[in-house]
Ligand binder design. Structure first.
Ligand SMILES: [Zn+2]
Ligand SMILES: [Zn+2]
Length: 160
């Protein structure tokens, strides 16, 4: 089996293509009402990755200021042509971390959720898998992230 990374992805019209260079830090399946509305589906799948590990292969996403649950807003990187959302930057982690929409990866099946969050507002017909952590709302990274992801995040936040 070939290594899944780097893995390419992109928007629907193919004007924007990118490569995710390594495995993500952690993958959220978010059942909050905000993600539901933004995705138009039952939940959002976001792979958190250092933004500098996303390489643009073609196109240039437009960053659209969008409200967020925290009130601090997010910037959603969208294809300037078809407007598909590719990733977000949230106020908390800033521009250094991208919340990549897993469904835009060419091999999304290789990037399953590490945790289900905001399950308190999960749609009742969504059945959660056994063996994957699930929390009613949010969580502390040190309680769930693998040590190497915590170390990666620490290095990232210490960098200028
Ligand atoms: Zn497009
Ligand atoms: Zn959410």
């Amino acid at each position: 089996m070939t290594a899944p990374f780097p893995m390419e992805g992109g928007c629907t019209c193919r004007a924007v293509r990118y490569a995710m260079q390594t495995a993500p830090l952690f993958v959220h399946c978010c059942h909050c009402t905000w993600c539901r509305r933004e995705s138009g589906a039952a939940f959002a799948l976001n792979a958190m990755i250092e933004t500098d590990r996303l390489t643009l292969l073609c196109g240039s996403p437009e960053r659209v200021a969008t409200p967020s649950a925290s009130g601090k807003g997010q910037r959603i990187a969208r294809c300037p042509a078809c407007r598909i959302a590719l990733w977000s930057h949230y106020a908390g982690a800033g521009a250094k971390i991208a919340f990549l929409r897993v469904g835009t990866l060419d091999h999304a099946e290789a990037v399953p959720p590490d945790i289900h969050i905001f399950t308190s507002t999960r749609l009742p017909w969504v059945v959660l898998p056994e063996g994957v952590p699930a929390v009613a709302e949010y969580y502390r990274a040190r309680d769930f992230w693998p040590p190497e992801s915590l170390a990666r995040r620490e290095r990232l936040m210490a960098s200028p």
